[in-house]
Ligand binder design. Structure first.
Ligand code: SF4
Ligand code: SF4
Length: 314
């Protein structure tokens, strides 16, 4: 009899590989409202500048999908209570979407609802989240504002930009299927502060200060950008990490070629690419039109030279 294959089985590997193959390039065109509550503005700037592509394992991607699949069931659950739930905007047939800062900041709502038993006449922004048992226990003990400030920030932005004054947060424990529900009141001042924070990140040519200079700081240890931020890791080569690019109303502009850049071009970059000096772990000691020379931490010099004749996107 043929021996059973070692775990992980080829099928399991293939399932996860399928998720990994479909995860895209790990760059998001806009700064998402779902992450504006992050405590480190520098991490947001790195996200927006595509410094480190987001890569996830197949297992984790499948877990994210579980969260999305849960949304349909929660909508069904709310409708069963008599609520009217709109998952898509009747005017567009697509998810309700908010935008600000010339399209650079945005997000999509899980839905809106009216007829909720707690306040039947009031429209609510709906936000659905799945949690691990540990996260769920913390949430139920402290409430969403203290336990999950990123989720609270996301809802404040959604309320502010839709003009809806209440949010309805529905959390699911992935281990037990227990539900936790909270209503959140709009706080215009907080939303304005978050919008200002988004603007500072989007239009900054240099990264904001680190949340900690200690690479072992707990938020840094779990940060996707740890290598670039605290070590000598290299940033991805895209237009967004190039010193010639600027986020402007409605898109990205390249001053080297004096034109706007489509998202596909931003991803490809061109042979004139020069890193934003903050992304190089060295000190600038010389610069020309197409070169920047650095003294690196070990005392060596390195020239970022854009005169090399490589294939050009421009
Ligand atoms: S490593 Fe730390 S300081 Fe650097 S971006 Fe991440 S959280 Fe911020
Ligand atoms: S098109 Fe070339 S020069 Fe312009 S921002 Fe992109 S990489 Fe830099």
């Amino acid at each position: 009899m043929a021996e059973l294959p070692e775990v992980p089985t080829p099928t399991l590997t293939a399932i996860y590989a399928d998720y990994e193959a479909r995860q895209g390039d790990g760059f998001r065109d806009h700064l998402g409202a779902s992450i504006i509550g992050k405590s480190c503005a520098r991490a947001l700037w790195y996200d927006f500048r595509w410094v480190t592509p987001a890569r996830h394992s197949g297992r984790l991607l499948r877990l994210f999908e579980t969260g999305q699949l849960e949304e349909d069931r929660l909508v069904r659950n709310l409708r069963a209570t008599g609520a009217t739930v709109l998952e898509v905007d009747p005017e567009t047939g697509r998810q309700f979407r908010i935008e600000a800062h010339g399209g650079h900041f945005g997000g999509s709502l899980d839905g809106v609802a009216i007829g909720l038993l707690e306040a039947p006449k009031t429209w609510h922004v709906l936000e659905f989240k799945t949690h691990s048992a540990k996260s769920f226990a913390d949430l139920t003990a402290k409430g969403v504002v203290l336990s999950k400030p990123q989720h609270a920030a996301q809802m404040q932005i959604y309320m502010h930009l839709t003009g809806i004054t209440r949010a309805f947060y529905v959390a699911v424990c992935k281990d037990t299927d227990a539900l936790h529900i909270e209503r959140i009141e709009a706080d215009g001042a907080m939303a304005e502060r978050l919008l200002e924070k988004a603007g500072r990140v989007i239009f900054a040519q240099h990264p904001p200060a680190r949340i900690s200079e200690d690479p072992a700081w707990f938020e840094c240890r779990f940060c996707d950008h740890h290598a670039v931020c605290h070590d000598s890791g290299g940033a991805a080569v895209t237009c967004r990490a190039c010193l010639h690019s600027t986020a402007v109303e409605g898109g990205w502009h390249c001053v080297r070629h004096d034109r706007m850049l489509a998202p596909v071009e931003q991803r490809a970059a061109c042979h004139r690419h020069l890193f934003i000096p903050d992304l190089v772990p060295g000190e600038v000691i010389d610069a020309g039109e197409d070169t920047v020379t650095y003294r690196m931490a070990d005392g060596s010099t390195w020239t970022n030279d854009a005169r090399t004749p490589e294939a050009s996107a421009c």
